[in-house]
Unconditional design. Structure first.
Length: 326
């Protein structure tokens, strides 16, 4: 379906849980978050009914995220059920990777095609610091396993923060010489907790400048979302830059989001959301679900104004990244 601004919307991101086994400093507070009660979370059966209703309206691609999607029990069976929905041709996941290795084969068999791993540092001590207790080894083994099993592409999402990992940009870029991965540097958004805001921000332009080796421009990679892509000479992988702050890509936005507590969000950075869970629990059938989905598309903002000038600490954006489903 086409939204009110003429954009083709074919991509749904589903947050299957608000819980996470890490507490990344720029994302969640250390004390954790008041986890939603079981009954507040959309059941897998409800999510599947929702996807079945919106697939005929043009949703073809689904990304499963969270919180940490792999902490939710039954995730493999859920992916399998998702992949049998007519019209859904591409299922991907964003994960911190710490639990990936164990279930990687089952996920592949269930129909998961692509995986994005979040990894902000290649230094084990810094990794435990930023995640508050995670082990880099677990994530790296997950990435290697994903490559071995043939997930394609395997992407690594790296949020760059001044004074934390900006000195590792070149090291991350050089991973593409050895591994066929897509490294995507992401600008820190004012959506986190614990003061990881303006002072830590580095624009993609400055991140790029940290890479001293020559970057060769790669033309649009099909299905690779909002990043701009480059390659190092003789590299096996690709390097991308995602610029939610310095250069908005709203005119190319093709997605809507379903939060773990069942709200349909037409835009990451807007507080607009429609209550799908309440509707479905009130007995709504396909037609009513489709009606609320169409309404979401009709109010999808043309663009967002997320910036550090107007919005230093994200106070205008009611939900945080882990609640929205990053
Ligand atoms: N737990 C999964 C993971 O770690 O990938 C999925 C959820 S996590 C919220 C999704 C992505 O959001 C991660 O790549 C994380 O780095 C990113 N993220 C969280 N807070 C952010 C912020 N303030 N700015 C930019 N990216 C952020």
């Amino acid at each position: 379906m086409i939204d009110n601004c003429g954009r083709k919307i074919n991509y749904l991101r589903i947050s299957v849980t608000d819980r996470c086994n890490f507490r990344c400093r720029y994302c969640m507070p250390v004390e954790g978050v008041k986890a939603l009660r079981h009954e507040e979370i959309m059941s897998f059966e409800e999510i599947l009914r929702f996807v079945e209703a919106v697939a005929p309206l043009g949703i073809e691609k689904v990304r499963v995220t969270g919180g940490e999607p792999l902490v939710r029990k039954g995730i493999v069976e859920f992916i399998s059920a998702l992949s049998s929905i007519e019209g859904i041709s591409d299922i991907s996941m964003t994960t911190n990777g710490s639990l990936f290795k164990e279930v990687s084969y089952d996920l592949k068999k269930a129909g998961l095609k692509r995986v994005n791993f979040s990894l902000d540092t290649l230094n084990p001590e810094k990794f435990s610091y930023i995640t508050r207790w995670g082990k880099l080894k677990d994530v790296w083994e997950g990435i290697e396993e994903a490559l071995r099993l043939g997930f394609n592409p395997v992407k690594i999402n790296t949020v760059v923060a001044r004074g934390f990992n900006d000195d590792e940009v070149e090291d991350f870029a050089k991973l593409t010489l050895e591994f066929p991965v897509v490294i995507r540097f992401i600008e820190l958004m004012p959506l986190g907790d614990g003061g990881w805001t303006k002072g830590r921000f580095i624009s993609a332009q400055d991140i790029k400048a940290r890479i001293k080796s020559e970057l060769l421009k790669v033309n649009n990679i099909e299905g690779n979302g909002p990043a701009e892509y480059f390659q190092l000479q003789n590299a096996k992988g690709v390097i991308g830059f995602i610029t939610p702050i310095s250069r908005h890509f709203c005119e190319r936005c093709n997605r809507v989001r379903l939060t773990a507590d069942g709200k349909l969000k037409p835009c990451l950075a807007s507080s607009a959301e429609l209550d799908v869970k309440g509707l479905m629990r009130g007995g709504a059938g396909v037609a009513e679900i489709q009606k609320v989905y169409k309404e979401a598309l009709s109010i999808k903002p043309y663009g967002h104004n997320m910036s550090y000038d107007k919005n230093d600490d994200g106070r205008d954006i009611k939900r945080k990244m882990w609640q929205i489903g990053g």
